[in-house]
Design a binder for this molecule. Sequence first.
Ligand SMILES: O=C(O)CCC(=O)C(=O)O
Length: 243
Amino acid sequence: MRLTAQECEQFERDGFILLHGFAPPERCDTILEAAKAEIEKREAPIETEGEYVDTDNLTLRRLRQVYDRRAAFRDWMTDPEIRPMLAQVLHDTPVLTLAHHNSIMTKMPSRSTETCWHQDRRYWHFENDNLVSVWLALGDETMDNGVLEFIPGSHRLDFTPEQFDAKTCFMTGLPENDALIAKKVHFDLQKGDVVLFHCRTLHHAFANQTQTSKISFVYTVKGAGNAALPGTRSSDYPEIELA
Ligand SMILES: O=C(O)CCC(=O)C(=O)O
């Protein structure tokens, strides 16, 4: 499957694009069942809400390194259908990087927290920013349960370090930041919807205010010509070319 010229332009302009209904419901159910089993096991490496905020909240936030956990996850991350689209937005051969987003994301009822505005590249170390994440909704994602919001065009802007706090969150309360944040958009996602977003695109999500867990899948691809910097976490994990 390929993106239309208009969709490619949209990605270049906004830094994200929605692929509505990309993954069939049965496939999402298989992934979701596997995700729930892995969530139940809670095996390392994981991240909890307590790592994002100063609390003793050990609510699960993310299962990391999921590629190695289940065939259902590996199959999704190496899905041949999406590769041509990834090649289009990267302008290069897509390569899976297992170092970073390679995760089941959770927003648990009651105890989840807001995710601050940020660019994913904040902890990533590559020669350049040619990296795109693939977000798969495994159920409904809305403002009530913490759907992602994006700032269109933010991937093309240059920011100063003063616009970010010590945790590399894009600060609210600064007039220039707030003016940009006012332009935020989101899509209400349904099971099978995929969002591709650039690693410089500012995004955030509120807490889950519902009584049902929100479970999503996210992985990242880079252009083959974009090497991870030696000696950083980004180069510590295998890469898989999706030719
Ligand atoms: O699920 C969320 O709150 C957003 C996650 C996210 O943006 C990230 O981990 O980079």
